[in-house]
Ligand binder design. Structure first.
Ligand code: HEC
Length: 192
C-alpha cells in the first residue's frame, strides 16, 4: 500500500512538473520579450518601419550577430559610442545624434536578451495571407497541453481518492464479516 501511494505521488509530481515545463519554458521568454518590447522600446522603435529610432528588423545581422555588443548598446548606447565602436557611431550619426534611453538600470541582462530574441525572431506578418493562423496555432496547442495536464491531475487525484475509499470499504467489510460471524455465534438458534 505504501508503495502504491509512493508511486501515485511520484506520477502526480512528475506529470505536474512536465506540464509546467512544457507550458511555461520557451514560451515564457518569447512572451516576456514581446512584453518588454511593447513596454520599453515600442515608443521609439517599430520592427519594419523607422520611427524615432531605426526599424529593428534584421538588426542582429547588421551588428554582425554580435549579441554582446547589442546588449551593451541597449544597456548604455552612449558608453558604446564613446568606446569608439564603429557601427554604434555610424548609427548615432545617422540618427542625428539622438540619444537612446539607457536601459542598464531598468532591464536585467536576461530581459535584454529576451527582447533581443524577440526582435531577432520577429517576422513580418505572413498572417496577411492566412489571417490569424500564425498567432492562433501555438495558443491552441498550449490550451490543449493545459487541458491534458489538468485532466491528468484530476484523474490522479481521483485514483488516490478511490484507492483510499476502497481501503476503507475493505476494512468495513472485513469488520462486518467478523460481526456477522459473532452474531451467528451468539444466536440462540445456534449450537442446536
Ligand atoms: C527614446 C527613444 C528610444 C527608445 C525608448 C529605445 N530606442 Fe533604440 N534607438 C533609438 C535611436 C534614436 C536609435 C538610433 C541610434 C541613436 O541615435 O542613438 C536607436 C537604436 C537602436 C538599435 C540599433 C539599431 C541599428 O539599426 O543598428 C537597437 C538594437 C535598439 N535601438 C534597440 C532598442 C531596444 C531593444 C529598446 C527597448 C529596450 C530601445 N531601443 C528603446 C531610440 C530609442
Amino acid at each position: 500500500m505504501n508503495m502504491l501511494i509512493k508511486n501515485l505521488t511520484k506520477t502526480f509530481v512528475f506529470s505536474t512538473i512536465l506540464l509546467m515545463s512544457t507550458t511555461f519554458s520557451n514560451k515564457a521568454t518569447a512572451q516576456e520579450g514581446k512584453t518588454i518590447f511593447n513596454t520599453y522600446c515600442a515608443a521609439c522603435h517599430k520592427m519594419d518601419k523607422d520611427l524615432t529610432g531605426p526599424a529593428l528588423l534584421g538588426v542582429e545581422e547588421r551588428w554582425g550577430n554580435d549579441r554582446k555588443k547589442l546588449v551593451a548598446w541597449v544597456k548604455n548606447s552612449a558608453n558604446l559610442i564613446a568606446s569608439g565602436d564603429k557601427h554604434a557611431n555610424e548609427i548615432f550619426a545617422k540618427w542625428n545624434k539622438l540619444p537612446m534611453t539607457p536601459f542598464e538600470s531598468i532591464l536585467k541582462d536576461a530581459e535584454i536578451d529576451a527582447v533581443l530574441d524577440y526582435i531577432k525572431d520577429w517576422k513580418p506578418a505572413v498572417a496577411a495571407t492566412t489571417p490569424g493562423q500564425g498567432e492562433q496555432q501555438p495558443s491552441k496547442f498550449k490550451g490543449l497541453i493545459i487541458f491534458l495536464g489538468i485532466a491528468t491531475s484530476i484523474l490522479v487525484v481521483m485514483a488516490i481518492f478511490l484507492f483510499f475509499r476502497l481501503q476503507t470499504l475493505k476494512g468495513m467489510s472485513q469488520r462486518g464479516g467478523q460481526l456477522r460471524s459473532d452474531d451467528a455465534h451468539l444466536s440462540p438458534n445456534d449450537g442446536h
